[in-house]
Design a protein around this ligand. Sequence first.
Ligand code: ARG
Length: 458
Amino acid sequence: MSHIRGRFQKAMAEKVARYTSSLPFDWRLYHHDIAGSIAHVRMLARQGIINQTDSVVIVQGLEAIEREIARGEFKFKAELEDIHMAIEARLMEKIGEVGGKLHTARSRNDQIALDLRLYIREAIAQTIDGIRELQRALVGLAEANMNVVMPGYTHLQPAQPVLLAHHLLAYFEMLQRDVDRFDGCRKRADVMPLGSGALAGVAYDVDREFLAHELGFSQVSQNSLDAVSDRDFILEYEAAASIGMMHLSRLAEEVILWSSAEFDFIELDDAYATGSSIMPQKKNPDVAELVRGKTGRVYGHLTAFLTTMKALPLAYNRDLQEDKEGLFDTVDTLLASLEVLAGLISTLKINAERAAEAMGRGYILATDLADYLVKKGETFRSAHEIAGKLVSYAVKKGKALAELSFAEYSSFSPLFGQDVYSITVESSLAARDIIGGTAPKRVAQAVAAAKKILGQGN
Ligand code: ARG
């Protein structure tokens, strides 16, 4: 760009311009860039660093440019290095030399730090909205299926009966921690870096508190070197997004498993399923598979940018420009995944019968059988042993636990009474009547608590 080539005798090689330009991706920051510039210009005028008339002309010029970009009329010139240069160059075109006052007491180094913080603040708000939407879908599905019982699994082996709603609410909890993590990220991104200049702070009497207030930040940065080279907030977003995608991918995996012919616990709505180009019978969970698959690129962006940041000396280095594509893709991927999963979950059909059948012949109640003996005076370890032998015996006989005769029970322990037959899936669930347990009463309370968090409480 001509006005920053003062020191140079010739133009930048075209391939260098292409290699170094961030314009193909940082144009997305135009709104934040212009908002930051407008606040900056107002502050300059308030402080008497530029005059009022000039500031009005510059602000109007910037507002006009924002409209041009929003309408798709703006010509992004490949030779301009980044969105900051593109906007400044257009400003000069529109309002002439006075546009050259915009960059007083500012550097692109504190400018990009600001833009990114403004961007991430918005991204975090959208992310939390997206998480809330998925939580609503999960709670809605739980509430519509409060009586559905399924095997809970450990090692993917049927372990103990649980309510489907309890299982779904586990994801509510995971997502709740995600909200909390993004909120923490928001707090640390809530710092206004303008005034840091290139690295040492600016040599003008700028009002940083005014800027913070104008731009809705609660704090100003306390060290100029740190402020222009800090990208922790991006790493934090990417880390929170990675954990969030890991959660989504676990949910997606269960959707995939449960919709298989082998499990058959759920049926995907046609609108959220895909077909096979060759096998007419197939209804595929591609949406869930892609959520699972896209988790990889989000982890990748975190790893890539951590690696970029590693061992960077203070203060600004051009390496930092590598922060953007990964961040944008992380935000886009997470938002899209949340949105599509929320739709998928809220339209799922539950096959309650199949889920009940999957509990098999009652062996899933073996823990309850052991607990029964403990209550009759057996130690847990030997109760465990006896119940294990009983199950193995029943399996050999091809009998369900409930089909064993009283004599058969008694041959394993004198402690068995007729009341052993009252051990059922229902009694098993009801017995887990503690905070966080799967007793229907507790799960109903958990649903109510979740709804309250979602602002749906009464
Ligand atoms: N495009 C740059 C980036 O994204 C903006 C800051 C450029 N600063 C500089 N001194 N070249 O990081």
